[in-house]
Design a protein around this ligand. Structure first.
Ligand SMILES: [Fe+2]
Ligand SMILES: [Fe+2]
Length: 317
C-alpha cells in the first residue's frame, strides 16, 4: 500500500526531490492571496495564539545548527501538506461512499489542522534560516505532493460502494492508525527536547491536534471494518505487513529493534535544540509506539499485527 512512506505523518521528512515543472518554494506557499481569503484562513487556521516567530533571536545559534533544523522543518512542512492532500482524497471517497456525516465533519477538521501544521512548519523553517532561501534555495523547494497509495476506485467501480469503503479503510490504516499515531510520541519528544520557545510552541500546537488524528484512525476503522467483505479485510492484513516494513525503513534509519531493545533511553531536555531528534530517538519512539499503542489497538480491531510484523520482510501478511 505504501508507495512512499516518507510522505506520511510519522515518517521522517526527507530532502525534496522534484520535477522542476511541478515544484514551487516554501515562501510562495506562504504567499497572500487577498484580504478576505487571508482573514478567513487566519480565523480557521490560526486558532491557538500564533507562535511569535518574529521573537526568534538567531544570535545564540550557530549557523550549521539553524540550517540543520530548518531543513528538517521544511521537510515537515511538505509532509504536512501531503496530509492535506491525503485527507482531502479520503474525504472525497468517503463522501462518495455515503458514510455518516460525522466522519466527514471530523475529517474536515483534520484537513484544516494539516493546513495549520504545514504553515507552522514552513514559517518555522524560514524563521530559523531566512538567509537559506538565497544561499540554498533547494532546501526550501516544495514539490507537488504525491499520495502514498494507489488511486481510489474510479469510474469502473462507481457502482460498487464496498470498493470505496475498502480503499478508505486501507488509507485510514496507513495514514492514521500508523502515521498519525507514530507522529504523536515524536511530537511529545520534540516538545521535551526543544529548548527554543518559538519552536517549542510550534511543536505543542501540532501535538494538540495529533491526538484527535490518531483517535480518528482507530475509531473510523472500527466503523468501516464490519462493512467490508472478508477479502477486503484479508487485504488489510496483508497491507499491514508492507506498511510496517515501509515505516520501519523510513523512520528508523537502519536501526534494528534489537539495537534499541536493551537500552533504556530517556528523552529529556539537554543541549540547545531547535526541534530535532536523533536517529536513535526516532527508532526508540517507533518501536515503543508500535508495542504500546498501535499493536494493542489493531488487535482490538481484529487485525493481527504480530503476524504482520513477522511477515514484513517476506512481502506477505
Ligand atoms: Fe499534521
Ligand atoms: Fe495529523
Amino acid at each position: 500500500m505504501v508507495r512512499d512512506p516518507s510522505a506520511l505523518h510519522g515518517a521522517r521528512p526527507r530532502p525534496a526531490e522534484d520535477d522542476p515543472s511541478e515544484t514551487t518554494g516554501t515562501e510562495r506557499m506562504l504567499g497572500e492571496v487577498g484580504a478576505p481569503i487571508g482573514r478567513a484562513h487566519r480565523k480557521q487556521v490560526h486558532r491557538d495564539p500564533w507562535p511569535d516567530f518574529a521573537a526568534f533571536d538567531p544570535a545564540p545559534w550557530p549557523l550549521p545548527q539553524r540550517r540543520r533544523a530548518a531543513i528538517q522543518w521544511a521537510g515537515r512542512a511538505r509532509n504536512e501538506h501531503g496530509s492535506v492532500q491525503q485527507f482531502g482524497q479520503l474525504t472525497q471517497v468517503l463522501a462518495s461512499a455515503q458514510v455518516e456525516l460525522s466522519l466527514l465533519g471530523c475529517l474536515a477538521r483534520m484537513i484544516t489542522d494539516e493546513v495549520r501544521h504545514a504553515e507552522l512548519c514552513a514559517r518555522m523553517a524560514l524563521t530559523l534560516w531566512p538567509e537559506g532561501t538565497a544561499a540554498e534555495p533547494q532546501a526550501f523547494r516544495w514539490p507537488r505532493p504525491r499520495p502514498p497509495w494507489a488511486d481510489p476506485p474510479g469510474a469502473q467501480q462507481e457502482r460498487d460502494p464496498e470498493q470505496r469503503l475498502a480503499w478508505a479503510a486501507s488509507a485510514i490504516l496507513t495514514a492514521c492508525c500508523l502515521g498519525e499515531t507514530l507522529s504523536r510520541p515524536m511530537l511529545d519528544a520534540l516538545v521535551v527536547v526543544t529548548t527554543e520557545p518559538c519552536a517549542e510552541a510550534v511543536c505543542r500546537q501540532i501535538l494538540r491536534d495529533e491526538h484527535l488524528h490518531a483517535t480518528f484512525g482507530f475509531e473510523a476503522l472500527g466503523v468501516l471494518l464490519p462493512r467490508l467483505s472478508a477479502e477486503s479485510r484479508a487485504r488489510l492484513q496483508t497491507q499491514l505487513a508492507s506498511d510496517l516494513a515501509g515505516f520501519q525503513r523510513s523512520v528508523c534509519g537502519g536501526i534494528d529493534i534489537a539495537e534499541v531493545a536493551a537500552c533504556s533511553m530517556v528523552i529529556e531536555r539537554d543541549e540547545p535544540n531547535l526541534g530535532v531528534l536523533s536517529d536513535r530517538q526516532y527508532a526508540v519512539i517507533f518501536y515503543s509506539c508500535l508495542e504500546t499503542e498501535i499493536f494493542p489497538r489493531l488487535r482490538e480491531l481484529g487485525l493481527d499485527p504480530d503476524a504482520a510484523w513477522a511477515a514484513r520482510g517476506r512481502g506477505k501478511g
